[in-house]
Design a protein around this ligand. Structure first.
Ligand code: GLC
Length: 548
């Protein structure tokens, strides 16, 4: 029996409950819908699913605004539906990771309502970050911080006090210096652990602790790149204490419960601090996600990522898409690969992607990613090759970013469109009837699993082959060794495991790569031409193969 904990090399599939499967036909996905589609994940070959929030919420930020941490929003079902989902998933051999949102609650949370009612200076207000304003009458916000969605990070109440919200006005930040907050969130973790969840994805994991005194921030700094800790709202040293407590808590449960932090912290060594042996098990590797399709940049990102994780004895994770970024099949088909574009959405007036090129590169990128040592995250629909919806009309946009930014940033709706399950029907099989909550692009009709199942060369079959081979070869537990190639646009490396060696070659640039004759192909993101890897293709070969 292996003693390696499951999360070290797990492939974890993100389900965005609003958009995966609608059981009751109201146009929004739900838990019974998810349960009814779990076989899709079994046939894909993943280890676990991560569910974005399904908790009671006014849905001002699609559920990342939680009003009751211990219940299911009626939109998504009931606690019984949740239990049924976990039971079915476990019976199918799938683990279940859920989101926890500890930085802020919804303004409809009973605690915030009590804080509003209780007034300035009350213990109820001390659970959130209330401050007096600056200026002669306190008419100016307490500091210059801005909300991630645009506009100031402070809102003022009728009684003159200001409260902090790093996101929407309806997402007040908790005050983590208050022991009540700590106790409450730990109790929330226990609630779900006792219900059988296998782990948590921690929302805004780097934001909980703010610098003492809440000093003004240098807003020219880029939290994703600049040295860490300089911005008073992100990556403050005190945050690590919280995760030590959480780790102690999860360690009291059997079966390797797992904690994965969403920490948009750029410097790799700063990110690695979150996965020291007594802290979280994983963090998302956003610097890999943000790396453009460029061989030198990819190689540097992979090398640095592996080294920084190894320094603290943690496995690295890899991710290319999620519910906050433009899908990689779209991103990689555009000339503009800047970070802003990744996180802020594409509209009809922006450069449109070359869909064919984007999908080709996306398949190659995924094949590259799934060969890398560590754990990998997939986002629903990427196994179908779904592109972002880049032509959503403005009147359907729902991401709070759109309004908060004064219509300057479209936000993340493009990657959140309900997935197609069938080639026809009002919501392409997403639900039994009705229109989906966001309109699906025309291209989705030919990308449903029904259209790809058993079809050689389809993206769905490619993902299945990759995941099967990754498992058979234990690639997630491997060691990676780079091999030099004369063409700087080629990535060539060998992953060694107890199961043997696998050579991975990606032709990132415009030129094909010639392999030794009769290559032992394990899987390839597109067919090879003889022994040539065409441009924009990744191939896995059996054994340690040297370039010719
Ligand atoms: C995280 C979530 C994002 C949400 C934000 C505020 O970044 O991934 O979707 O809007 O936190 O909770």
């Amino acid at each position: 029996m292996s003693t390696t904990p499951w999360w070290r090399d797990a492939v974890i599939y993100q389900v965005y409950p609003r958009s995966w499967a609608d059981g009751d036909g109201d146009g929004v996905g739900d838990l019974p819908g998810i349960t009814s589609r779990l076989e899709h994940l079994v046939s894909l070959g993943i280890d676990a699913l991560w569910l974005s929030p399904f908790y009671t919420s006014p849905q001002n930020d699609a559920g990342y605004d939680v009003a009751d941490y211990r219940d299911v929003d009626p939109l998504f079902g009931t606690l019984e539906d949740f239990d049924a989902l976990v039971e079915r998933a476990h019976a199918l051999g799938l683990r279940v990771v859920v989101d926890v949102v500890p930085n802020h609650s919804s303004s409809e949370h009973p605690w915030f309502q009590a804080a509003l009612a209780a007034g300035p200076g009350s213990p109820e207000r001390a659970r959130y970050v209330f401050r007096e304003g600056r200026g002669t009458d306190g008419e100016l916000p307490p500091n210059n911080w801005t909300s991630n969605f645009g506009g100031p990070a402070w809102s003022r109440l009728a009684d003159g006090s200001w409260y902090l919200h790093l996101f929407d006005v309806t997402q007040p930040d908790f005050d983590w210096t208050n022991p009540e907050v700590r106790a409450e969130l730990e109790s929330v973790l226990r609630f779900w652990l006792d219900r059988g969840v296998d782990g948590f994805r921690i929302d805004v994991a780097h934001g909980l602790v703010k610098a003492e005194g809440l000093p003004d921030a240098d807003l020219t700094l880029d939290p994703h790149r600049d040295p860490t800790g300089l911005l008073p709202m992100w990556d403050q040293p005190g945050v690590h204490e919280i995760y030590r407590d959480w780790r102690r808590l999860t360690d009291t449960y059997a079966d390797d419960r797992m904690l994965c932090g969403e920490a948009w912290v750029g410097p790799p060594e700063a990110l690695a601090r979150y996965v020291r042996p007594d802290e979280l098990h994983q963090t998302f590797n956003f610097s890999f996600l943000l790396t453009p399709w460029d061989a030198a940049a990819l190689r540097a990102s992979i090398t640095t990522s592996l080294a920084s994780a190894a320094d603290v004895g943690a496995p690295q994770t890899w991710v290319l898409s999620n519910h906050d970024v433009v899908r990689h099949a779209t991103r990689l088909g555009r000339a503009d690969a800047s970070r802003t574009v990744v996180t802020e959405g594409i509209g009809p007036d922006d450069e449109q992607p070359d869909a064919e090129l984007g999908l080709r590169r996306a398949r190659a990128a995924t094949a590259l990613m799934l060969a890398l040592p560590g754990s990998a995250y997939l986002y629903q629909g990427e196994e179908l090759g779904l592109p972002d919806a880049t032509e959503l009309p403005e009147d359907v946009l729902q991401d709070p970013t759109w309004e908060r930014s004064g219509h300057a940033r479209r936000g993340r709706d493009g990657c959140r469109v309900p997935v197609p399950w069938a080639p026809a029907g009002s919501s392409l099989g997403f639900g039994p009837k009705g229109d989906p909550w966001l309109p699906q692009p025309e291209a989705y009709a030919r990308l449903s699993p029904a259209s790809q199942d058993g079809v050689e060369g389809s993206t769905l079959e490619l993902y299945r082959s990759l995941l099967r081979a990754r498992r058979a070869r234990s690639l997630g537990l491997g060691r990676l060794r780079w091999v030099e190639h004369q063409d700087p646009d080629v990535l060539w490396f060998v992953v060694s495991t107890d199961a043997g060696d696998t050579t991975v070659v990606t032709a990132v640039g415009a030129s094909p790569v010639t392999l030794p004759a009769d290559p032992a192909v394990v899987v390839s993101s597109e067919p090879l031409t003889g022994s040539t890897v065409p441009a924009g293709v990744t191939v896995w070969l059996d054994g340690a193969v040297a370039p010719i």
